[in-house]
Design a protein around this ligand. Structure first.
Ligand code: SF4
Length: 401
């Protein structure tokens, strides 16, 4: 196993109170497990990571492309990549921004696969969406495959509950899951509007229960924390067990059927993380994302989406102290932006999103320089039928009251 000798000396990690693991963050790309390394190899010549001219090459390619290219940077991306983003934001804001730039022939999405799919669904047919590294997936989105979700719907049909069950799918899902949601007259939601999505599903849409995909924590935190349901109103459908591991009676009596999925980054935070930071820094405000476990959300002072977290920290007076439970690149960036505030990471070990971090300068330069040569690499193109129904579910989200 390779040890990263530079990690332990990273002053940025020390600034946010993180003790790095001595182990390499990601072992992909070595040819040892082809099944899990799909998309890791990029066709063409990637510049070496140590090339000192990478930033200059990216800048030159971007200048040469002008308005023909639009670069989107998710908040969880590395700083050196964010530096080239025309706009930064969460996944839905970025997809909307791409749709608002019809003059851009190429959208370079510095984020993960499901985000690039959403951008392709929302942008015009003349626009190409590029994901610089195809291995930039999302472990949460991968926890719900189209086949598994179709099987779950069959289980709901067998239990006699499908007719009054409404699918509500988190933005962090594949285009196929979004299309499933649209086919069954459900809606997409983000971490900002999950409450409104559930209120619509149980209200105007007339559902007796919701099938919430794929993040069980966002579903539970919204239903129990914001809509006043109880834990007993929620059941967890496990796609790896026959019938989801649930009886027909459990399915019938549930208000929320939560998919057994989670974010491998936000799922790491625990109640102990909160207790430890409160003991270490008395009076600190704990700020958590709703993808965190319920035990973390109930122990936090403030809970909200990535955009909410940024707005709270930006608006706080000098001298404020925050322990933030979200992706580490963003926490580090907030700490750098606010040297007059104490900003620490909620966990004491490294917790980057490894797939977000796949987008690095060599891949960005490769994608941009290919465009300059007239070549489109790593295009994300969603099947037309899938895109139609996924768009329907996304449009339902935009129409939420
Ligand atoms: S942070 Fe979590 S939800 Fe976001 S891309 Fe990474 S694994 Fe997926």
């Amino acid at each position: 196993m390779t040890i990263n000798p530079t990690l332990g000396r990273d002053p940025a990690l020390a600034q946010v109170g993180v003790t790095p693991s001595p182990l390499a963050l990601l072992l992909l790309g070595r040819g040892s497990d082809p099944a899990s390394e799909r998309g890791v190899d990029c066709p063409g010549e990637l510049p070496p990571a140590a090339d000192p001219t990478l930033a200059a090459r990216a800048a030159a390619a971007k200048t040469a492309l002008g308005d023909r290219v639009f670069i989107l940077g998710h908040h969880y991306q590395r700083d050196e990549v964010i530096a080239f983003a025309d706009v930064t934001g969460d996944s839905f804001k970025l997809a909307q921004q791409a749709a608002a730039r019809p003059q851009a022939e190429a959208i370079v999405f510095c984020g993960v696969h499901f985000m690039a799919e959403s951008a392709d669904i929302l942008t015009g047919a003349h626009q190409r969406v590029i994901l610089p590294d195809l291995a930039a997936g999302c472990s949460m989105a991968d926890m719900a495959t189209a086949e598994q979700v179709e099987q779950a719907w069959d289980d709901l049909l067998d239990a006699g509950v499908a007719a009054d069950t409404v699918p509500v799918s988190y933005m962090n899902s594949s285009a196929a899951i979004k299309a499933f949601t649209g086919r069954h007259d459900g809606t997409i939601c983000t971490s900002s509007n999950a409450r409104r999505a559930l209120e619509w599903a149980f209200g105007e849409r007339g559902g007796a229960r919701v099938l919430f995909l794929p993040d069980q924590h966002l579903g539970r935190n919204t239903a129990v924390g914001e809509l006043g349901m109880t834990e007993a109103d929620c059941v967890v459908y496990d796609p790896h067990r026959p019938g989801g591991g649930l009886t027909h009676r459990q399915l019938r009596e549930a208000k929320m059927i939560l998919w057994r999925g989670h974010c491998s980054v936000h799922g790491r935070f625990t109640r102990d993380s909160v207790d430890e930071v409160r003991a270490r820094i008395p009076g600190i405000t704990v700020l958590a994302h709703p993808e965190c476990r319920r035990e973390v959300v109930t122990a936090a002072d403030l809970v909200g989406s990535t955009e909410y977290i940024i707005s709270v920290v930006d608006a706080a007076p000098a001298g404020s102290a925050f322990a933030i439970g979200t992706e580490l690149n963003l926490v580090q960036r907030l700490a750098k932006r606010h040297p007059d505030k104490t900003i620490v990471f909620l966990d004491r070990t490294v917790c980057f999103c490894s797939t977000m971090n796949r987008i690095d300068m060599p891949h960005l330069v490769w994608a941009l320089e290919s465009l300059v040569r007239g070549e489109t690499v790593n295009q994300i193109a969603v099947d037309r039928d899938v895109a139609t129904f996924a768009r329907k579910a996304l449009d339902q989200m935009l129409a939420l009251p």
